[in-house]
Design a binder for this molecule. Structure first.
Ligand code: ADP
Ligand code: MG
Ligand code: MG
Length: 211
Protein backbone atom coordinates (compact mmCIF):
# COMPACT_ATOMS: atom_id res chain seq x y z
CA UNK A 1 0.00 0.00 0.00
CA UNK A 2 1.38 3.41 -0.96
CA UNK A 3 -0.95 5.93 0.72
CA UNK A 4 -3.38 6.12 3.60
CA UNK A 5 -6.67 7.95 3.05
CA UNK A 6 -9.01 9.45 5.61
CA UNK A 7 -11.38 6.49 5.22
CA UNK A 8 -8.57 4.11 6.15
CA UNK A 9 -7.81 6.27 9.16
CA UNK A 10 -11.47 6.10 10.20
CA UNK A 11 -11.18 2.31 9.85
CA UNK A 12 -8.12 2.47 12.12
CA UNK A 13 -10.04 4.22 14.89
CA UNK A 14 -13.03 1.94 14.56
CA UNK A 15 -10.80 -1.16 14.60
CA UNK A 16 -8.97 0.25 17.62
CA UNK A 17 -12.25 0.88 19.46
CA UNK A 18 -13.26 -2.75 18.88
CA UNK A 19 -9.86 -4.09 19.88
CA UNK A 20 -9.60 -2.01 23.05
CA UNK A 21 -13.11 -3.08 24.06
CA UNK A 22 -12.15 -6.69 23.44
CA UNK A 23 -8.95 -6.32 25.49
CA UNK A 24 -10.39 -4.06 28.20
CA UNK A 25 -10.32 -6.74 30.91
CA UNK A 26 -6.73 -7.63 30.09
CA UNK A 27 -5.63 -3.97 30.23
CA UNK A 28 -7.46 -3.47 33.50
CA UNK A 29 -5.78 -6.55 34.96
CA UNK A 30 -2.38 -5.15 33.98
CA UNK A 31 -3.32 -1.84 35.61
CA UNK A 32 -4.61 -3.66 38.73
CA UNK A 33 -1.12 -5.09 39.28
CA UNK A 34 0.76 -1.76 39.20
CA UNK A 35 -1.86 1.00 39.07
CA UNK A 36 -5.54 1.57 39.82
CA UNK A 37 -7.29 -0.99 37.61
CA UNK A 38 -8.96 1.39 35.18
CA UNK A 39 -6.83 1.41 32.04
CA UNK A 40 -9.12 -1.00 30.17
CA UNK A 41 -12.21 1.02 31.05
CA UNK A 42 -10.47 4.28 30.17
CA UNK A 43 -9.28 3.08 26.77
CA UNK A 44 -12.51 1.34 25.91
CA UNK A 45 -14.53 4.46 26.67
CA UNK A 46 -12.07 6.83 24.99
CA UNK A 47 -11.66 4.94 21.75
CA UNK A 48 -15.40 4.32 21.48
CA UNK A 49 -16.05 8.06 21.88
CA UNK A 50 -13.37 8.80 19.26
CA UNK A 51 -14.73 6.21 16.83
CA UNK A 52 -18.28 7.55 17.25
CA UNK A 53 -17.05 11.11 16.70
CA UNK A 54 -15.44 10.30 13.34
CA UNK A 55 -17.67 7.48 12.06
CA UNK A 56 -20.12 9.45 9.94
CA UNK A 57 -18.13 12.63 9.45
CA UNK A 58 -16.31 13.81 6.34
CA UNK A 59 -12.72 14.97 6.72
CA UNK A 60 -10.70 16.84 4.16
CA UNK A 61 -7.40 15.69 5.58
CA UNK A 62 -5.97 13.02 7.89
CA UNK A 63 -4.94 15.90 10.14
CA UNK A 64 -8.51 17.10 10.59
CA UNK A 65 -9.58 13.58 11.48
CA UNK A 66 -6.72 12.98 13.92
CA UNK A 67 -7.49 16.29 15.62
CA UNK A 68 -11.08 15.19 16.21
CA UNK A 69 -9.85 11.87 17.63
CA UNK A 70 -7.45 13.65 19.95
CA UNK A 71 -10.07 16.03 21.26
CA UNK A 72 -12.52 13.16 21.82
CA UNK A 73 -9.94 11.25 23.85
CA UNK A 74 -9.08 14.24 25.99
CA UNK A 75 -12.74 14.88 26.83
CA UNK A 76 -13.82 11.24 27.28
CA UNK A 77 -10.97 9.96 29.47
CA UNK A 78 -10.20 11.33 32.92
CA UNK A 79 -7.09 9.26 33.65
CA UNK A 80 -3.52 9.96 32.58
CA UNK A 81 -4.06 8.08 29.34
CA UNK A 82 -6.73 10.53 28.08
CA UNK A 83 -4.50 13.59 27.75
CA UNK A 84 -1.55 11.43 26.68
CA UNK A 85 -3.31 9.61 23.84
CA UNK A 86 -5.19 12.84 23.12
CA UNK A 87 -1.82 14.53 22.64
CA UNK A 88 -0.68 11.57 20.53
CA UNK A 89 -3.46 12.24 18.00
CA UNK A 90 -3.27 16.05 18.18
CA UNK A 91 0.46 15.89 17.42
CA UNK A 92 -0.14 13.21 14.80
CA UNK A 93 -2.36 15.82 13.14
CA UNK A 94 0.40 18.43 13.26
CA UNK A 95 2.92 15.93 11.90
CA UNK A 96 0.57 15.01 9.05
CA UNK A 97 0.31 18.63 7.93
CA UNK A 98 -2.20 19.46 5.21
CA UNK A 99 -1.64 16.42 2.99
CA UNK A 100 -4.85 14.87 1.61
CA UNK A 101 -3.41 11.33 1.90
CA UNK A 102 -0.42 10.06 3.83
CA UNK A 103 2.38 8.22 2.08
CA UNK A 104 4.86 6.14 4.11
CA UNK A 105 7.11 9.12 4.85
CA UNK A 106 4.20 11.33 5.90
CA UNK A 107 2.78 8.60 8.13
CA UNK A 108 6.20 8.08 9.72
CA UNK A 109 6.48 11.83 10.30
CA UNK A 110 3.03 11.88 11.91
CA UNK A 111 3.89 8.93 14.19
CA UNK A 112 7.18 10.60 15.08
CA UNK A 113 5.47 13.86 16.03
CA UNK A 114 2.84 11.90 17.98
CA UNK A 115 5.44 10.01 20.04
CA UNK A 116 7.37 13.23 20.67
CA UNK A 117 4.13 14.82 21.87
CA UNK A 118 3.53 12.02 24.38
CA UNK A 119 7.10 12.34 25.68
CA UNK A 120 6.68 16.07 26.10
CA UNK A 121 3.22 15.93 27.66
CA UNK A 122 4.17 13.12 30.07
CA UNK A 123 7.67 14.51 30.67
CA UNK A 124 8.69 10.93 30.00
CA UNK A 125 11.73 9.40 28.47
CA UNK A 126 12.33 5.96 27.08
CA UNK A 127 12.90 3.33 29.83
CA UNK A 128 10.46 4.84 32.35
CA UNK A 129 8.00 2.00 31.79
CA UNK A 130 5.21 3.92 30.07
CA UNK A 131 3.36 3.85 26.75
CA UNK A 132 6.33 5.77 25.35
CA UNK A 133 8.40 2.57 25.53
CA UNK A 134 6.18 1.15 22.78
CA UNK A 135 5.41 4.38 20.89
CA UNK A 136 8.94 5.79 20.54
CA UNK A 137 10.61 2.66 19.08
CA UNK A 138 7.60 2.16 16.79
CA UNK A 139 7.98 5.67 15.39
CA UNK A 140 11.73 5.21 14.99
CA UNK A 141 11.23 1.92 13.15
CA UNK A 142 8.61 3.56 10.92
CA UNK A 143 10.95 6.43 10.05
CA UNK A 144 13.78 4.05 9.30
CA UNK A 145 11.60 1.82 7.12
CA UNK A 146 10.17 4.81 5.24
CA UNK A 147 13.66 6.20 4.64
CA UNK A 148 14.64 2.87 3.14
CA UNK A 149 11.70 3.09 0.74
CA UNK A 150 9.33 0.65 2.47
CA UNK A 151 5.64 0.90 1.65
CA UNK A 152 3.07 1.47 4.40
CA UNK A 153 2.43 -2.24 4.92
CA UNK A 154 6.10 -3.09 5.45
CA UNK A 155 6.59 0.03 7.51
CA UNK A 156 3.77 -0.90 9.90
CA UNK A 157 5.09 -4.44 10.24
CA UNK A 158 8.38 -2.96 11.43
CA UNK A 159 6.64 -0.45 13.69
CA UNK A 160 4.46 -3.05 15.42
CA UNK A 161 7.43 -5.37 15.98
CA UNK A 162 9.38 -2.49 17.53
CA UNK A 163 6.43 -1.53 19.75
CA UNK A 164 6.17 -5.08 21.09
CA UNK A 165 9.92 -5.21 21.73
CA UNK A 166 9.83 -1.85 23.48
CA UNK A 167 6.93 -2.94 25.68
CA UNK A 168 8.72 -6.15 26.61
CA UNK A 169 12.07 -4.45 27.21
CA UNK A 170 10.73 -2.70 30.33
CA UNK A 171 8.79 -5.59 31.89
CA UNK A 172 11.51 -6.08 34.50
CA UNK A 173 11.96 -2.36 35.18
CA UNK A 174 10.47 -0.13 37.82
CA UNK A 175 8.26 2.71 36.60
CA UNK A 176 9.43 6.25 37.18
CA UNK A 177 6.36 8.02 35.73
CA UNK A 178 2.64 7.69 36.43
CA UNK A 179 0.85 5.70 39.11
CA UNK A 180 3.04 2.65 38.60
CA UNK A 181 5.93 4.68 40.02
CA UNK A 182 4.16 4.57 43.41
CA UNK A 183 4.56 0.78 43.70
CA UNK A 184 8.35 0.90 43.29
CA UNK A 185 10.01 -2.50 43.00
CA UNK A 186 6.63 -4.24 42.83
CA UNK A 187 6.29 -3.04 39.24
CA UNK A 188 9.07 -5.39 38.18
CA UNK A 189 7.84 -8.36 36.20
CA UNK A 190 4.66 -6.65 35.00
CA UNK A 191 3.80 -5.27 31.56
CA UNK A 192 2.96 -1.58 31.64
CA UNK A 193 -0.73 -1.27 30.69
CA UNK A 194 -0.15 1.81 28.53
CA UNK A 195 2.60 0.10 26.55
CA UNK A 196 0.18 -2.75 25.87
CA UNK A 197 -2.60 -0.40 24.73
CA UNK A 198 -0.06 1.33 22.47
CA UNK A 199 0.74 -2.03 20.85
CA UNK A 200 -3.00 -2.66 20.36
CA UNK A 201 -3.44 0.78 18.80
CA UNK A 202 -0.66 0.17 16.28
CA UNK A 203 -1.87 -3.37 15.57
CA UNK A 204 -5.29 -1.86 14.81
CA UNK A 205 -3.70 0.44 12.23
CA UNK A 206 -1.97 -2.54 10.69
CA UNK A 207 -5.23 -4.48 10.59
CA UNK A 208 -7.15 -1.52 9.14
CA UNK A 209 -4.78 -1.26 6.18
CA UNK A 210 -4.85 -5.01 5.69
CA UNK A 211 -1.19 -5.46 6.56
P1 ADP B 1 -4.27 6.52 35.39
O1 ADP B 1 -2.86 6.15 35.66
O2 ADP B 1 -4.54 7.97 35.60
O3 ADP B 1 -5.24 5.62 36.08
P2 ADP B 1 -4.53 4.97 32.96
O4 ADP B 1 -4.57 3.79 33.85
O5 ADP B 1 -5.61 5.05 31.94
O6 ADP B 1 -4.50 6.32 33.78
O7 ADP B 1 -3.16 5.00 32.14
C1 ADP B 1 -1.98 4.53 32.74
C2 ADP B 1 -0.88 4.48 31.68
O8 ADP B 1 -0.54 5.79 31.27
C3 ADP B 1 0.39 3.88 32.19
O9 ADP B 1 0.39 2.48 32.05
C4 ADP B 1 1.46 4.54 31.34
O10 ADP B 1 1.73 3.80 30.15
C5 ADP B 1 0.84 5.84 30.95
N1 ADP B 1 1.44 6.96 31.65
C6 ADP B 1 1.16 7.39 32.90
N2 ADP B 1 1.89 8.48 33.21
C7 ADP B 1 2.66 8.76 32.10
C8 ADP B 1 3.61 9.77 31.75
N3 ADP B 1 3.95 10.74 32.61
N4 ADP B 1 4.17 9.71 30.52
C9 ADP B 1 3.83 8.75 29.64
N5 ADP B 1 2.94 7.79 29.90
C10 ADP B 1 2.35 7.79 31.11
MG1 MG C 1 -5.09 3.51 35.78
MG1 MG D 1 -7.05 6.12 37.05
Amino acid sequence: MSTLTTSELIAWISTAADSLAEHAAELTDLDAAIGDADHGTNMKRGMRAAADAVADAEFETPAALAKKVGMSLVSAVGGASGPLYGTFFLRFAQGAGDAADLDAEALAAALDAAAAGVAQRGKADIGEKTMLDALRPAADAAKEAAAEGADITAMLTAAVAAAREGRDAVIDSVATKGRASYVGERAKGHIDPGSQSAVLLLEALQAAVGA
